[in-house]
Design a protein around this ligand. Structure first.
Ligand code: KIV
Ligand code: ZN
Length: 509
């Protein structure tokens, strides 16, 4: 079977999702999960876009050595040099340089003629090839480019040394048959096309990113760029898990394989959701909460008699835990360790100890601790690392006759601060005190609260989205106390906001 290279851009394009951002340590965790998953290339960031991105790319290139680590760069020499500076310590670094080739981008955004764009593309690839032969070139907005000009650019960058040429559907405009035809035409018209791997990078504005990517593979593309949970700019990118499982489930139509170990898909999906604060929609294919839930009686009856009546793949094959072992306050360290393993977490002894202590505290409050409770606990105590703002203490009083009041103690840059204040409810009081302490005044765009499991002692999971001066940030937290969960989610979002504001995506896209 032909192999398709999986190029994951969760840490770069994925991080450009509205409201999502990850700190360096979180990115390293995601990178390690992607390495476990078996992806071939990860795009760890855009080194020139911010010092934080540079540091993250450098750290990942230095430490994650079982795959290729790519860094994004525009065609300017400065971008490419900066990308190389971050990547050079890696085991197999890739420079990914791009420039737009569509008339609309060349005229309005770049203000360059097609010949100037071609010249810059070639110069960039040649410059990058001085550092490494692993150079990828992307023709941004390729789908809306003139095919003849696009073919000229593809031929020229391959001649200049590009080992991979990427054809992005930057605005998610393509239709599968049209996109497949475009890939076929490029392969036929470009005389040296066989010397490079043709790649695709599809956005999901019309919900067609996965379909377009698969159609392109059928037409000859051998690299798919994608993200965990399909996160990314606007409506997102091609979902990695959907591409991988489509190839695995339908080899009769798609006789191509990947190196991905699908049993790590669900744990990777949970990790990305937890660190970005972007929830996965319940009906999301492969990794959504309902992806393997059979509701209708007739379906349940069928599945009980023979699973394949309504299941085209098993939950186990994508790492969805089916182990129904629930834990309680008497469960020991051994059962807890086994549960973590079944949930797909590979933690070191210190992390297991931290998680076990948190589990004991939770088990004292809750009779039964479910898988979802443990995932929330791991997210907060192990996967998310201390950020600039930490909430140390929260006390609220509210009721039918009291004015809702909150006292909050926080640690900011190592300094402990405490304030008290009022609100029109306990959550509002807690949020206004956190705002007073941090000096941030974001608008609350959305607030959702869900019980993670059934039962009145269930943990509440709160998702908030905030906006300040045009920057969005998401936060997520869980607790048996809904006010505590809300305040923790708000603080999580503020940390993301701080991080996000350091980025300068707008200058590049
Ligand atoms: O969508 C796009 O065109 C991109 C490129 C930088 C590959 O993200
Ligand atoms: Zn993109």
């Amino acid at each position: 079977m032909d192999t398709v290279t999986i190029f994951d851009t969760t840490l770069r394009d994925g991080e450009q999702s509205p409201g999502a951002s990850m700190n360096t340590e979180e990115k390293l965790r995601v990178a390690r999960a992607l390495e476990r998953l078996g992806v071939d290339v990860i795009e760890a960031g855009f080194p020139i876009s911010s010092p934080g991105d540079f540091e993250a790319v450098k750290l990942i290139a230095d430490k994650v050595r079982g795959l290729q680590v790519a860094g994004l760069a525009r065609t300017g020499i400065g971008d490419i040099d900066r990308a190389w500076e971050a990547l050079k310590g890696g085991a197999n670094p890739r420079i990914h340089t791009f420039i737009a080739t569509s008339p609309i981008h060349m005229e309005h955004k770049l203000r360059l003629t097609p010949d100037q764009v071609l010249e810059q593309a070639v110069a960039a690839v040649k410059h990058a090839c001085r550092y490494t032969s692993n150079v990828e070139f992307s023709a941004e907005d390729a789908v809306r480019s003139d095919l003849e000009f696009l073919c000229r650019v593809v031929e020229a960058v391959i001649d200049a040394g590009a080992a991979t040429v990427n054809i992005p559907d930057t605005v998610g405009y393509a239709i599968p048959s049209e996109f497949a035809e475009m890939i076929r035409s490029i392969m036929e018209r470009v005389p040296n096309a066989g010397k490079a791997v043709l790649s695709v990078h599809c956005h999901n504005d019309l919900g067609l990113a996965v379909s377009n990517s698969l159609a392109a593979v059928q037409a000859g593309a051998r690299q798919v760029e994608c993200t965990i949970n399909g996160i990314g700019e606007r409506a997102g990118n091609t979902s990695l898990e959907e591409v991988v499982m489509s190839l695995r489930t339908r080899p009769d139509f798609l006789p191509y394989d990947t190196r991905v170990d699908a049993r790590h898909l669900y744990p990777a999906s949970r990790l990305v959701s937890l660190v970005t604060g972007l929830p996965v929609q319940p009906n999301k294919a492969i990794v959504g909460a309902n992806a393997f839930a059979h509701e209708a009686g007739i379906h349940q009856d069928g599945v009980l008699k023979e699973k394949t009546t309504y299941e085209i793949m098993t939950p186990e094959s994508v790492g969805v835990p089916t182990n129904a072992l629930v834990l309680g306050k008497h469960s020991g360290r051994h059962a807890f360790r086994e549960k973590l393993k079944a949930l797909g977490y590979e933690l070191d002894d210190e992390q297991i100890q931290t998680a076990f202590e948190a589990f004991k505290v939770l088990a004292d409050k809750k009779k039964v601790v479910y898988d979802e409770d443990i995932e929330a606990l791991i997210a907060e105590k192990v996967l998310r690392l201390p950020d600039r703002f930490q909430m140390l203490y929260l006390n609220v009083s509210s009721g039918t006759v009291t004015v809702p009041t909150a006292t909050v103690q926080m640690m900011i840059d190592g300094v402990v601060r405490q304030e008290a204040g009022f609100g029109d409810g306990p959550v509002d009081a807690a949020f206004s005190v956190v705002k007073k302490i941090t000096g941030h005044t974001p608008r609350l765009v959305s607030f959702t609260i869900n019980a993670i499991t059934g039962g009145t002692d269930a943990q509440a999971e709160v998702n908030v989205r905030i906006e300040e001066e045009g920057t969005l940030a998401n936060g997520q937290a869980a607790d048996t106390d809904i006010v505590v969960a809300s305040a923790k989610a708000f603080v999580h979002a503020l940390n993301k906001l701080e991080h996000r504001k350091l980025k300068v995506f707008g200058a590049h896209f």
